[in-house]
Design a protein around this ligand. Structure first.
Ligand SMILES: [Mn+2]
Length: 191
């Protein structure tokens, strides 16, 4: 089965549309899954500690045009958690913390421990592959060791342990194609 995995949309209509079009073009009939931060919370981390019962329009960037693109399942990101916190709107908590697909675990990445230089310490998981986002930087690690990101070339992952940061939709229009039959991962970028 083929999966198109995308993360960190941050309510960006144009780039999300471009990524979805690119997926449609190069990998039609692919199962699309989001890794969270679908929406942009307008209230910062610090301020959010003090804010409750905010109006949705004051707390998040959400419009019908962008909503109409969200036809695929997603897990939860820190933006959804914060929007739910400051507005009390439970709809933003409808997403799971993690999802397991064939040989792969999907998380947003805010559950990962990041040091000051944004080096992640990965949690122990059952599957060989871990897909995540959050830091807005595509990356691939084999057993925790970082390697250069190959774009547009299917990387054969076999059943080795790889941790894959799919990169952000919002700045870079990036996404990953995962083929669970061939066991390949391809980093993609829409133009
Ligand atoms: Mn994000």
């Amino acid at each position: 089965m083929k999966y198109a995995i995308l993360s960190d949309l941050h309510s960006h209509y144009k780039n999300t549309k471009k990524v979805l079009n690119h997926i449609q073009q190069v990998a039609p009939n692919t199962e699309i899954i989001g890794l969270g931060d679908l929406f942009e919370c307008k209230i910062g981390k610090k301020k959010a500690k003090m804010v409750r019962h905010a109006k949705l329009k004051d707390a998040a960037i959400i419009d019908d045009k962008f909503m109409s693109l969200l036809t695929f399942p997603s897990i939860i990101g820190n933006q959804e958690e914060r929007i739910a916190l400051v507005t009390g709107d439970q709809r933003f908590l409808q997403y799971k913390n993690a999802l397991e697909i064939e040989h792969a675990t999907l998380i947003h990445g805010h559950q990962i421990e990041w040091d000051k230089t944004f080096n992640p310490t990965f949690p122990h998981i059952e599957t060989p592959l871990l897909f995540f986002g959050h830091s807005h930087e595509a990356a691939i690690y084999n057993n925790g060791k970082r390697q250069p990101v190959p774009y547009n070339i299917p990387l054969s992952v076999g059943h080795k342990r790889y941790q894959i940061n799919v990169g952000p939709v919002v700045e870079n229009k990036e996404w990953c194609l995962y083929d669970s039959q061939e066991m390949t991962v391809t980093f993609m970028q829409a133009q």
